[in-house]
Design a protein around this ligand. Sequence first.
Ligand SMILES: NC(=O)c1ccc[n+]([C@@H]2O[C@H](COP(=O)([O-])OP(=O)(O)OC[C@H]3O[C@@H](n4cnc5c(N)ncnc54)[C@H](OP(=O)(O)O)[C@@H]3O)[C@@H](O)[C@H]2O)c1
Ligand SMILES: [Zn+2]
Length: 210
Amino acid sequence: MPTMKAVQVKAKGESMTLVNIPVPQPGAEQILLKVEACGICHGDAKVIEGAASSYPRIPGHEVVGIVEQLGPNASKWKKGQRVGIGWHGGHGETTALTTDGGYAEYMVAYEDGLIAIPDEISSEEAAPRLCAGETVFSALRNSKARPGDIVAISGIGGLGHLAVQYAKKAGFEVVAISRGNDKKTLALDITLIRQKITSPQIFRLLEARK
Ligand SMILES: NC(=O)c1ccc[n+]([C@@H]2O[C@H](COP(=O)([O-])OP(=O)(O)OC[C@H]3O[C@@H](n4cnc5c(N)ncnc54)[C@H](OP(=O)(O)O)[C@@H]3O)[C@@H](O)[C@H]2O)c1
Ligand SMILES: [Zn+2]
């Protein structure tokens, strides 16, 4: 049976562990993805805090991958297509809480939860947009602020560093609020900021910690 590297939370309150487990098989209306990149979001901490429906659970809800295999009745995607998935894991499902997420070499997803990823964007750059990017983009778009207004971004983390870029591009006067000066250069030069964390990098970090 083929196996894969994955990062699991084995039970509520436990930290993440690098494991070798069988590659999952897609069920009805599901797709097996070969994971290309998975963003790291503070929301992943929810898995450790106990929000998953069962354990062990694989975190990671900002996933971009290639369609590797179609489960029975799956018809919406073709093998080889590049797709992404965020928290919304299909009808009634939440990626990384009710189904395993993308901190793994392979992941099974319901076909309804997937979106196509355009060729113009790399997997590493697309992945964080599937939760962090979407969240701050929606907040800016649905706020009453209009171009020229002052927008303050509090905390230049995973969400904040994208919000600074979106707000700047949208024509707002942007104020970046941080606890120290270490992110000042990044906040002022938004072109320097990139969130490029990939699954192989996570594996290397965890392996180095052993
Ligand atoms: N749809 C949603 O509603 C949604 C989606 C995704 C995430 N979230 C939530 O959004 C929050 C941010 O997520 P993230 O992935 O961006 O986390 P993150 O990368 O850890 O960034 C959080 C930032 O908050 C600031 N911060 C942390 N502790 C602070 C404190 N005690 N006082 C003031 N500032 C503090 C820090 O900014 P500085 O280092 O610049 O000081 C830090 O970089 C989390 O609570 C997450 O659960 C919500
Ligand atoms: Zn998230």
